[in-house]
Design a protein around this ligand. Structure first.
Ligand SMILES: Nc1ncnc2c1ncn2[C@@H]1O[C@H](COP(=O)(O)OP(=O)(O)OP(=O)(O)O)[C@@H](O)[C@H]1O
Length: 232
C-alpha cells in the first residue's frame, strides 16, 4: 500500500496538503481542474518534489529520504522524455539498464516489452520518426520494463485523439494486470478510465476533495459544476 499522510508543499501562490492511500495492484486515476495539483502530487510520489512535512510510505517503508532513482516508482512525464538520438529499443532499455550494456536476456526482454506495446517492428526507429501515440507507448514500455511496482503516468495521453486515448488506457490496464503493478495516472477525461480504474481521486486546490470509485467521483465532478471539471 502507498500511504500519503498530510504531505504539504508550499509555493508563493499555491499550497498543497495531500492525504491518500492507494492499495497494491490498483489503477488509481487522479482527476481535477487545471492547476489543482495533480502533477505536484505525482512528482512528490516519484521524488521530484519534497514535502515540508508529512509521511510518504510504500509497504511501510519511508520514501521521503530516497532520491527518484531509489524509489520503487517509474514515472512517465507529460512530454514522455525520450532521448531523440537513441533508438526506440535503446530508449526502452534505459528503463532496465541505464548504462545500456545489456545481456542477451535483457535485450530479449526489451524486444518482448516492445511486442507487448505493439512496437516490435519499430525497435530501430528514432522517437522523432514516430507518432505521438507511438512515443507514448515507448515511454510506457520504458516505465514497465524497470520492474518497479509503482507506475506513475502524468497525463500521458491527453494529446491523443479520443479513440487512441481510450486504446492506450486499455493497454495500460492490460499490462498492469499482467505485470501486477500499481498505476497512478492523472487524467483530463475521467470518463475514459471509469470502467478500468478501481479508485479515482479528485484534486482541487492542492487537496483530495473526493476519493472513491470512479462512478462516485465522476458524479461529484458533475454535481460540483465547472470548479471541479478538468480543463484541457
Ligand atoms: N515548482 C513550482 N514553483 C511554484 N509553483 C508551482 C511549482 N510547481 C507547480 N506550481 C504551482 O502549483 C499549482 C499546481 O500545479 P500542478 O502542475 O500540480 O497542477 P495540475 O493539476 O497538474 O495542472 P494541469 O492539469 O494544468 O497540468 C499551480 O498553481 C502551479 O503554478
Amino acid at each position: 500500500m502507498l500511504t500519503i499522510e498530510n504531505c504539504r508543499l508550499t509555493w508563493p501562490d499555491f499550497t498543497a496538503d495531500y492525504s491518500l492511500t492507494i492499495d497494491e495492484g490498483t489503477l488509481c486515476a487522479v482527476a481535477g481542474p487545471s492547476g489543482g495539483g495533480k502533477t505536484t502530487l505525482l512528482h512528490m510520489i516519484a521524488g521530484f518534489e519534497t514535502p515540508e512535512c508529512g509521511r510518504l510510505t510504500y509497504r511501510g517503508r519511508n520514501l521521503l529520504p530516497l532520491p527518484p532513482s531509489q524509489r520503487p516508482v517509474a514515472i512517465v512525464f507529460q512530454d514522455h522524455n525520450l532521448f531523440p538520438h537513441l533508438s526506440v529499443a535503446e530508449n526502452v532499455a534505459l528503463g532496465l539498464r541505464p548504462s545500456l550494456r545489456l545481456s542477451a536476456a535483457e535485450m530479449t526482454a526489451v524486444l518482448e516489452m516492445l511486442d507487448a506495446v505493439g512496437l516490435r517492428s519499430y525497435d530501430r526507429r528514432k522517437p522523432g520518426d514516430m507518432s505521438g501515440g507511438q512515443r507514448q507507448r515507448v515511454a510506457l514500455a520504458r516505465a514497465l520494463i524497470s520492474g518497479r511496482p509503482l507506475i506513475v503516468l502524468d497525463e500521458p495521453f491527453s494529446s491523443l485523439d479520443p479513440q487512441l486515448r481510450r486504446d492506450m488506457i486499455r493497454l495500460v490496464d492490460t499490462l498492469r494486470r499482467k505485470r501486477n503493478v500499481t498505476v497512478i495516472m492523472s487524467i483530463h477525461t475521467p470518463e475514459d478510465v471509469a470502467d478500468v480504474a478501481e479508485q479515482m481521486v479528485l484534486i482541487i486546490d492542492g487537496k483530495v476533495a473526493v476519493n472513491g470509485s470512479p462512478a462516485k467521483v465522476v458524479s461529484c465532478i458533475y454535481d460540483r459544476g465547472s470548479s471541479a471539471k478538468p480543463t484541457s
